[in-house]
Design a binder for this molecule. Structure first.
Ligand SMILES: Cc1ncc(COP(=O)(O)O)c(C=O)c1O
Length: 424
């Protein structure tokens, strides 16, 4: 077991090599009290790893993650290093290592060759939608709670390929209800189910394994928008049955801004056409022989010069999360979200939009104050230096708070009191 102080000091440099004390869940009862104490001190002290001002509580990781110093320092130092001797290209071995670390966030069976380093979840989504052989009249199923990052490419595809969109509203009551709504939309023309793993509106974790089984039964493609799930909780991508998973690294992973990954399952790589290619997408190229062989792995979806500092920043972000332990982060964030949710449940003029079933709840809590303009409520809370986000997608008028390691229990308490004050 290492000392909390050593752990925090080490995060800046060698986070990946460090381990926290064993999870309290794995200890004998007599051990629990001192460990809980140490752990709660750790979360409080961890706040210092962020440049967020002390009086500013940031509850919008789901919008854009705050990066810890371990990440921003790495990006700055790599940028400076690059300027000493700018050179095109990048280290193949470093990139393979970093893709491998990203793959580790998607479970033990995911490999570096299934990961492409992209700029955003949006880019990954576009690679998938443009790479699939979608034709006029082909049907795509999605939810009414998707982010514009998926809605806009899907609508664009109606114009460019003539696809037909079929939408369902996620069931906030039961997971089975959501699966049944999708099943009811399936026809012989269904080619693709493309949904969020965690919705950006209500923070609902969709029943992806069940949806994946349905897709498999009907032989249709299954793609996930993982912008909100990557590094929010442990993922076993193989268990979801998803063929593709597009995600941002600049949300719960807390990586540098404008970074993302695209996972394409090994057996589906040859079927997904690469629509934007260039240097680094190829295995072998000969203009004289008019020959091109694209990479067999997901690197075929990468192209052109990359911003190396950002890619190294992704590595530091994965190391940071790994050093804390993703199961532990998830447990901690869920506890904050649950405390907030329960406190709001007790406030009589607040309506919670969180899912009924605990398994469907994430570290994002959405609520509204009926009778108020909730965009204004979000602005008022933010003006009190409690940064939340208003939710207008899916016709909602609500407020979302997302909880992560840059938050403390004291900040959650402030938010609870401020929401109470907003009800007059
Ligand atoms: C569900 C979802 N998908 C996609 C995005 C967009 O991510 P990016 O900016 O990385 O494309 C967001 C951003 O909030 C999101 O919540």
């Amino acid at each position: 077991m290492i000392e909390r102080r050593d752990f925090l000091a080490g995060l800046g440099a060698t986070a990946g090599a460090l381990m926290l004390p064993p999870d309290a869940a794995g200890t004998v009862a007599g051990d629990l009290a001192p460990r809980r104490q140490a752990t709660s001190d750790l979360w409080r002290d961890l706040r210092q790893q962020f440049q967020l001002p002390a009086d500013y509580a940031y509850f919008n990781t789901a919008g854009l993650g705050a990066s810890p110093r371990a990440v921003s320092d790495r990006v700055k130092s790599e940028m400076d290093r690059e300027e000493l001797s700018p050179a095109p290209g990048h280290s193949e071995s470093d990139w393979t290592r970093i893709r491998g670390k990203c793959a580790s966030l998607l479970g033990p069976s995911c490999s570096a060759g299934e990961i492409a380093l992209v700029s955003t979840a949006t880019e990954g989504i576009n690679i998938v939608l443009n790479g699939l052989p979608l034709e006029k009249g082909d049907e795509v199923i999605t939810s009414t709670h998707e982010h514009p990052a998926l809605v806009i490419p899907l609508l664009h595809k109606i114009g460019t390929a003539g696809i037909v969109l079929r939408t369902f509203e996620p069931d906030l009551g039961t997971r089975a209800g959501t699966v049944e709504r999708i099943r009811a939309l399936m026809t012989p023309r269904t080619r693709l189910i493309f949904v969020s793993h965690v919705t950006c509106t209500t923070g609902q974790i969709l029943p992806v394994a069940e949806i994946g089984r349905l897709a498999d039964e009907r032989h249709v493609w299954f793609a996930l928008d993982g912008a909100q799930s990557l590094a929010q909780f442990p993922i076993d991508i193989a268990a979801t049955g998803a063929h593709c998973f597009a995600a941002s690294c600049h949300k719960f992973l807390m990586g540098p801004k404008r970074t993302g990954i695209l996972y394409v399952r090994r057996d589906r790589l040859p079927e997904l056409e690469s629509t934007v290619v260039g240097a680094y997408s190829d295995q072998a190229t000969s203009l004289a022989e008019r020959q091109l062989t694209l990479r067999a792995d997901a690197q075929r979806f990468e192209y052109g010069t990359q911003n190396a500092a950002l890619i190294y920043g992704i590595e530091s972000a994965v190391d940071f999360v790994a050093a804390l332990g993703l199961p532990r982060i998830w447990q901690h964030n869920q506890a904050m979200a649950e405390r907030f949710r329960k406190a709001l449940q007790a406030q009589k003029s607040v309506e919670l939009l969180s899912p009924a079933e605990a398994e469907a709840r994430s570290a994002m809590v959405t609520f509204r104050i009926p009778g108020r303009n909730n965009g204004q409520v979000a602005n008022a809370l933010t003006a009190r230096r409690l940064r939340v986000r208003s939710v207008t997608e899916a016709g909602l008028d609500a407020v979302r708070a997302s909880f992560h390691v840059c938050n403390t229990d004291a900040e959650v308490d402030k938010l609870i009191s401020a929401v109470a004050a907003e009800q007059g």
